[in-house]
Design a protein around this ligand. Structure first.
Ligand code: UDP
Length: 327
């Protein structure tokens, strides 16, 4: 299949392009390069353009005639979304209107969409299943829920086939050292902890040590980016006209911030200074996926998401490959 990958120059998008190419598909990256990287586009052509620009997107579709779309493009920082909500609604919601209209105009009938466990807000129970209420507690989560609703409506109205994948905490790096996480500024826990190990950051702040969890720190379900990538390849083949589905992608294993820091000390052999800090607004205490539905419907399961493997691959990216690949 020829697949237009919006946001394909970003972290999860670029790993997915590699997995698509390995499965025999042609990834056509459509990316503004506002946060993505040209060096991460290695498995097909790059069309530089904004998802909110219908003319540029239409031109890319005319030129490449994709059979399907995967959309990773958008903004991802929960804290920033609370400060600049309209930026998030433009980037994560308005862009999806443009995308759906342009897909319809060009007869592209399938889409796989990046969604998030942030759409659940504070979960009613753990682990989280897809049928639980989606009551997001920040504009980022709301923007993803709104986009999901638009996809569902487009499936019912226009025969689109759409699958939303609700990621838990993406982490880790490509096993071959060709790709890795490269955000500026970095806000995610594992790369920040590893920066503290490397000495490029003085310490890691623990945002809240008084949660109702066994060690007081937040629990998350970390899933390797390479496992997320294979889920997108599987979802692409599972899209059916007129059907909308959403699947959780996680491991079912909860890991606390203290656990991440402890395993990072063991794996890197470095001292990592950790300091307790105030809670970050909008953080639920625990988020853990039940990904049984993805297993049934997509025949997907994580194979490299062991927390030690995640940390080890991220550390290798940071210390062995990053400078060579990303400059
Ligand atoms: N976190 C932290 N210190 C940091 C960055 C993150 O304690 O410098 C915590 C954050 O509050 C959350 C967990 O680590 O409980 C994972 O945060 P991250 O931003 O990596 O992902 P999110 O869960 O927001 O998607």
């Amino acid at each position: 299949m020829r697949v237009l990958v919006a946001g394909g120059a970003g972290y999860i998008g670029s790993h997915t392009c590699k997995a698509l190419a390995q499965a025999g598909h042609v990834p056509i990256v459509y990316d503004s390069l506002a946060t993505g990287h040209a060096w991460a586009v290695k498995w097909g052509p790059l069309e530089q353009g904004d998802l909110n620009d219908p003319a540029a997107l239409g031109a890319a579709m005319r030129r490449h005639r994709p059979d399907a779309v995967i959309n990773f493009a958008g903004l991802i920082n929960v804290g920033e979304s609370a400060e600049e909500p309209t930026l998030y609604y433009r980037s994560n919601v308005a862009s999806v209107i443009t995308l759906l209209e342009t897909m319809r105009a060009h007869d592209v009938g399938s889409i796989v969409f990046s969604s998030s466990c942030a759409t659940y807000g504070v979960p009613q129970r753990l682990p989280i299943v897809e049928t639980m209420a989606q009551n997001p507690i920040n504009p980022y989560g709301r923007s993803k829920r709104m986009a999901e609703e638009m996809l569902r409506d487009a499936c019912a109205a226009h025969g689109l086939g759409a699958i939303a994948l609700r990621y838990f905490n993406a982490a880790g790096a490509d096993a071959d050292g060709e790709l890795g996480e490269e955000h500026d500024p970095e806000t995610h826990l594992i790369p920040l902890v590893l920066q503290a190990a490397l000495g490029t950051r003085r310490s890691i702040s623990i945002f809240g040590a008084d949660y109702e969890t066994p060690d007081g720190t937040c629990i998350r379900d970390y899933v390797h980016v390479a496992d997320l990538a294979t889920a997108h390849v599987a979802a692409l083949s599972a899209c059916r006209g007129g059907q909308y589905s959403a699947y959780n992608l996680g491991t079912g294993q909860g890991v606390s911030i203290n656990d991440v820091i402890g395993r990072s000390r063991a794996i890197t052999g470095k001292a990592i200074t950790a300091e307790a800090a105030a809670r970050r607004p909008g953080d639920p205490a625990s988020l853990i996926a039940d990904a049984s539905l993805a297993r049934q419907a997509l025949n997907w399961g994580p194979v490299c998401s062991d927390i030690d493997n995640i940390i080890h691959s991220a550390w290798r990216w940071m210390t062995e490959h990053r400078l060579r690949v990303a400059g």
